[in-house]
Design a protein around this ligand. Structure first.
Ligand code: GDP
Length: 340
């Protein structure tokens, strides 16, 4: 019922103005199955004021999985202390290599979630390696530290396993210097303070704790996006979906510039061929557990747009001043300025 109401209302929301790039953080979430990603993300959403509808946010669409069609990666924005924190989920499997590239092209940081009782798992290696290669500096979160046996020694062990994995994957000194947070997604808190003694995470006043230290770490450690809102508009399509009302919806990070509803945009394929020139009919983004209408798609923000029926994954949506497509997986500001 609630979802239906939200959907029918969403066309009548007052559009909001876009955040400046310096108030945006775009980051990917890397986690193996059961590390607690869904639980943690629900806590972050709730802390940032989102109303949870019962549908768990980061759960992948079971139907899509069964049918074997594209597993849609999800994103949503968390609003925190005036910042827009755009979180993007990553598929954990090597089968989705191209998709992982495009997702990592939308972000400047990563959250690596590790189950403190299990240690790092091979399942996340592939995405982690790609993240490190792209030069992202992941924030490491040891989750489930409320569990018995999570002592200072155990945390030290897991941290050195993560360190070894980073080193094995070719991490730089800066990447090896990863920040570590300790979290109990189940109890709804995170801290950057290592455990003081054997049971300090199990017998604490967890009621007074919350997830703010993790949100603060994202603001501090993930760099803001570099795209310039003054440059011509360009956005690489990272995800495509169909919406009953809007038709084809393209999602991606705006690499540069700004576009508003009614603006004429081009769809360029990866060779630069113009597939279509049409007007933007709607700009919105997933925010919290709902949707937010936007007046503008602006540099650095992750947004969804409609009106361009020919756009496919890895195409570029661009203003008519742009004739070179963005390169999938490499949205590189220096290259962009050469293009313009
Ligand atoms: P996901 O597969 O990474 O999305 O993991 P889920 O969020 O679904 O969590 C997997 C299981 O771990 C569930 O049974 C959760 O209740 C449990 N879990 C998640 N976070 C914690 C935590 O911080 N502490 C404990 N003890 N269990 C947790």
């Amino acid at each position: 019922q609630r979802v239906t109401t939200l959907r029918s209302l969403r066309h009548f929301c007052t559009p909001t103005t876009p955040p400046e790039p310096k108030l945006i953080r775009d980051f990917a979430i890397i986690a193996h199955v059961d590390a607690g990603k869904t639980t943690l993300f629900d806590r972050l959403l709730a802390y940032c004021g989102a109303t949870l509808t019962g549908e768990r946010f980061m759960d992948n669409n079971v139907l899509e999985k069964e049918r074997g069609i594209t597993i849609m990666s999800k994103y949503t924005a968390l609003k925190y202390k005036g910042y827009t924190l755009n979180a993007v989920d990553t598929p954990g499997h090597a089968d989705f290599g191209g998709e992982v590239e495009r997702i990592l092209g939308m972000v400047d940081g990563a959250l690596l979630l590790v189950d403190a009782t299990e240690g790092p798992m091979s399942q996340t290696k592939f995405v982690l390696e790609k993240s490190l290669k792209r030069g992202l500096c992941p924030i490491v979160v040891l989750n489930k530290v409320d569990r018995p046996g999570i002592t200072p020694q155990r945390c030290g062990e897991v941290e050195s396993q993560v360190f070894d994995l980073f080193a094995q994957l070719g991490a730089t000194d800066e990447q090896l210097d990863f920040p570590v947070l300790y979290a109990s997604a189940r109890q709804g808190w995170a801290t950057d303070q290592p455990p003081a003694n054997a049971d300090s995470f199990q017998h604490n006043e967890s009621a007074s704790r919350n997830v703010a230290p993790l949100l603060d770490a994202i603001v501090r450690h993930v760099p803001p996006p570099e795209g310039n809102p003054q440059d011509p508009f360009a956005m690489l399509v990272a995800m495509v979906e169909r919406d009953a009302w809007l038709g084809r919806v393209s999602t991606g990070r705006v690499a540069s510039g700004r576009a508003k509803v009614g603006d004429r945009l081009r769809v360029l394929d990866h060779t630069g061929k113009v597939l279509e020139e049409s007007r933007l009919t709607k700009i919105w983004k997933r925010s919290g557990t709902g949707r937010e209408d936007l007046a503008l798609a602006s540099a650095g923000d992750i947004v969804s747009v409609s009106g361009l029926g020919q756009a496919s994954i890895a195409d570029t949506l661009a203003s008519t001043a742009v004739s070179e497509p963005l390169s999938p997986g490499h949205i590189d500001p220096p290259t962009l300025s050469m293009v313009f």
